[in-house]
Unconditional design. Sequence first.
Length: 237
Amino acid sequence: MREQLAILIKLQKTESAAAGIIAKKKDLPVRISRLEEEFKACCEVVEKEREQLEALRKSRREKDIHLQKGQETLKRSRERLFEVKTNKEYQSILKEIETLEEKNSRMEDEIISLLDELDRLETSVKKREEELDAHRLRYGEEKKKMEEELNSLAGELGVCVRKSADLKKGISPEILRKYEQIKNAGRVVAVVSVWKEVCDGCHMSIPPQLYNNLQRSTTLITCPNCNRIIYWERRDG
Ligand SMILES: [Zn+2]
C-alpha cells in the first residue's frame, strides 16, 4: 500500500502540474494582448502630442508671415507720410499707422505666447518619446518572454500527460477507480496530505485513531469529511 500511495501522490502532483500548465496556456494570451493594448495606448498619447506640436508650429509660421506682411504695410504707410499734400490726408495716414501698429503689436504678443507654449510642448514631447523608447524596449522583452513561455507549454503539458499515463499503469485498477471517482466528483485534487490531524484538502481535523492508522499507511484511507485520499506527511513546525 505504501508503494501504491507513493505512485498516487506522484500522479496527483503530475496532474496538478498539468492543470497549472493548462491555466497558464489560457492566461498567457490574455496577458500578451493586455501588454499590446497598454503599449498601443502609450503610442497614441505620444502621437497626439506630436500632432498638437505640429499644429502649433504651423500656426507659428502663419503668424510670422502675418506679422511680416503687417510690418511691410506699416513701412509703406510711413513712407506715404512724406508724399501727402493735405493735412487731412496726413491725419488719415497717421490714424492708419496707429491701427497697423496696434495690429502688429497684438500679433507679436500672440507669437510670444505661442513660443512659450511651443517650448512647453516640445519639452513634453521629448520626455514622452524617451519614455516610449524605454516602454518599447520593456514591452518587446516581456512579450518575447511570454511568447517563448507559451511555446514551451505545449511540450511541458505533453510530458505531464505521458508521465500521468505511465504512473497510472503502476496503480491497481481498484485504487485508480477510487482516484478517478473523487476527481469526477468535482475535486481538483484527489490526494492530499495530513499533518497534525488536519486534512490539507478541507482543513478539518481527522479522528486521532484514523491519524494513527494513517501514519502506518497499511490501507488506503480517505478523509471522513471531504472524502479525498489522504496520506501522512511530516512537516516542519
Ligand atoms: Zn478532508
